[in-house]
Ligand binder design. Structure first.
Ligand SMILES: [Zn+2]
Length: 253
């Protein structure tokens, strides 16, 4: 196992959520790798602190930064999706801003929630790469894959085959990620796997494409037609961006 794979699984190891074979592989790696062992120790120390921070009052400095970002939003001052996302979240609750601190707390909780959601989908992607039986259905035919989800999920996912564009669909599975069952579609590009998670978008999603890099994996998240999409891969950012744009366009057709 590579270090970046192990890093994605440390939280699951800490929470005792790994299947025995994966757990054994992670533990073996950590015992022989000082970097990953340190990351696990840091996690053990930090987890309770982060959990508390999510529940209690937002630091004043962070609060001031959010308000500054809001003020300068239209002047193009806010750089980076984190602050743009925060300002969009806060703006969506504009009526409550007058209420003061509460809204900052809500926005910050959403921000923290999205950070952990990203970690979860990356971890789910890495887990799937390690599991030989990861695809419950092996098919690149959208007319086979889409009906296969019926009865397995409480929503109907979009399934698009992008084979002609160089991103063949390999198959599908249902995965439990971020507290709900999601459709997971697997695509490939020159031996790089791409997982796309789809689920109904709740009110914490904002209508903007977000890109992030998490332990070497590129993540692109967007909302379309009431569904949230999260594409994860070790493919380079520009090709994954091309893939996401194609998927977004074709799922609307
Ligand atoms: Zn390592």
């Amino acid at each position: 196992m590579k270090c970046e794979e192990v890093r994605e699984l440390l939280e699951a190891l800490h929470d005792n959520e790994l299947v025995p074979e994966t757990r054994a592989a992670v533990v073996e790696h950590v015992q022989g790798c000082s970097g990953c062992a340190r990351a696990l120790r840091d996690l053990e120390v930090l987890r309770p602190v982060i959990a508390k921070a999510g529940r209690f009052v937002t630091p004043a400095e962070l609060r001031a930064r959010i308000i500054r970002t809001l003020r300068h939003r239209d002047a193009g001052f806010a750089r980076g999706w984190r602050w743009r996302t925060l300002s969009a979240l806060v703006a969506s609750h504009a009526a409550m801003i007058i209420g003061g601190g509460l809204i900052v707390y809500v926005a910050t909780s959403d921000y923290l929630r999205h950070g952990s959601a990203t970690r979860e989908v990356v971890a789910a992607h890495v887990r799937s790469l390690l599991d030989e039986r990861r695809l419950a259905l092996t098919s690149g035919d959208q007319h086979t894959v889409r009906p296969w989800f019926a009865g397995k999920l409480d929503f109907s996912p979009e399934v698009v085959n992008l084979e002609q564009d160089g991103f063949p669909l390999l198959g599908a599975r249902v995965d439990y990620v971020d507290g709900r069952y999601q459709a997971a579609l697997e695509y490939t590009r020159r031996n790089h796997k791409i997982t796309v998670f789809e689920a109904p978008a709740d009110e914490t999603w904002v209508n903007a494409t977000r890109r992030s890099v998490h332990n070497g994996y590129n993540v692109i998240q967007w909302v379309s037609g009431g569904l949230s999409y999260q594409a994860i891969s070790d493919l380079n950012g520009s090709e994954l961006g091309h893939f996401a744009a194609l998927l977004r366009r074709k799922s609307k057709e």
